[in-house]
Design a protein around this ligand. Sequence first.
Ligand SMILES: Cc1ncc(C[n+]2csc(CCOP(=O)(O)OP(=O)(O)O)c2C)c(N)n1
Ligand SMILES: [Mg+2]
Length: 583
Amino acid sequence: MERLISWGVTRVFGYPGDGINGVMGALNRAKERIDFVQTRHEEMAAFMACAHAKFTGRPGVCMSTSGPGAIHLLNGLYDAKMDHQPVVAIVGQQARMSMGGDYQQEVDLLSLYKDVAHEFVHMATEPAQVRHLIDRALRIAQVNRTVTCVILPADVQELDYAEPPHLHGSVHTGMGYSRPEIVPPFDDLQRAADILNHGSKVAILVGAGALHAATEVREIADILGAGVANALLGKAVLPDDLPYVTGAIGLLGTKPSYDLMMECDTLLMVGTAFPYSEFLPKEGKVKAVQIDIDGRMLGLRYPTDVNLQGDSRKTLQDLIALLEYKSDRSWREHIEAEVRRWWKVAEARAMNSAHPINPQRVFWEMSPLLPDRCILTADSGSSASWFARDLKIREGMMASLSGNLATMCPGVPYAIAAKFAYPDRVPVAMVGDGAMQMSGINELITIAKYRNRWEDPRMVILVLNNQDLNMVTWEQRVMVGDPKFEASQDVPPFNYAEYARMIGLEGVRIETQDEVVPGLQRAFAAAGPVVIDVLTDPSVPPLPPHITLKQAKAFTSSVLKGDDNAWDMIRQTYKEVVENYLH
Ligand SMILES: Cc1ncc(C[n+]2csc(CCOP(=O)(O)OP(=O)(O)O)c2C)c(N)n1
Ligand SMILES: [Mg+2]
């Protein structure tokens, strides 16, 4: 515990058990200097550690007991690993004497964690190891931007600590890590600049790796007369009111982002591993440059012509010095016209009536109500679509979700971790009812438990109550051509607002279209944590920006096979497509 504190760790998210009691005792004795946040489930603790890292840039730490607790952490740890976040897991284990004895709660944790924490997972079998295991876990998590794990047998936790002796075989590690400023060699920068100077239709795609390089992304986009699309984790790189920001890319993306990628002749990717190649230019069609801090991510999604390993901010600064201002602004003007048109389409789609409420309307009306510097979190489900596409992010806000694992349930725990990290800011979580029933409603209890700790307890949880696992229902329809399978897709009714009130939070239920604006206003004016329970229409399709013929056929056949909602779906889809042509 002393070592963690010396590394600057001020908060640990976790859940107790007899496999970790020795550490819990130490945490209790150190409680003036390090905070323990108790979640409802270990998976939530791992999500919080991941979100802590995402929102603060500092390593997140989570903790669990042996066996079942360590197993529960895993999904949240994979979320951190796949989104490249430094997270350290400290887990208990059975006593050394019982190991190998098929003992109760004995799980082979070294093997279990060998994938998620493969860069560093070790078990202490005596106290003199603990110092270097903690030092290495924290350092490697940051150097490799990944998950590391220290396993502590219960009896080792009870032993007296002694510094390693000055003897053959002992290890004497030190603390501290600061990230180097990596820049690519000049020749590579020059080759990249030549490509970018030569292109006449430049597209830029930004991801989480560009979050700290907003000024440079703006500058390079201006010099190159480029449009900027964002991968989901890069939603907060640039504000949506910039006229050349085309918004999200991909299935959840916008038409201007799709067109940007299809029509460009030159592509610059900054800090992104956006996975879907069908939304990137066709292989060989464009010249491409990629910037990433992690050399392993280079040339991964597109056979890029120049790969620049480096910090995105420094690399862009060096690149900018080699670029020529593009005086022909026709490509930029074309993009800006498309973006203006798109926002009209988005507004028209949002204003379409639906039964009972069009989810796009909720996101559209929410944008201007979002408090300055709020921290947005979205879950996996249709909320991610509307968040990506319809929500207008402003400068100073932060935003994240589970990008690469795309797991359900990070929405609420990410918001809680954001609140602990920035008690003066307002987290806003956007979550589906399926995710709420999976673990979101339990984590509301954590909010109720800690609300008095926060100097400004405001926090908003928006629940899309559509009684459906809607994203997957649409995937089944559009991708496989199947109708909705009620047995797998229906979500039981639940009154989230009433539940919120029952546990001492505020609850606002929005049941009709007319209540959307006043309901949201009431919720955003609340003095404390508030749950907005909005009854949304599952028939509004989170359509890809360009439906392919194959998808359209699959969609039609699902209707022919007799989906109960067929007529609602046809009507809503028709409206969506029509809006695209009207504006
Ligand atoms: C842990 C996990 N289980 C299943 C999935 C597959 N999945 C993705 S979105 C989704 C539906 C989510 O439903 P809900 O939370 O109600 O959101 P909606 O799409 O209805 O807005 C499912 C089942 C997943 N991504 N993660
Ligand atoms: Mg749902």
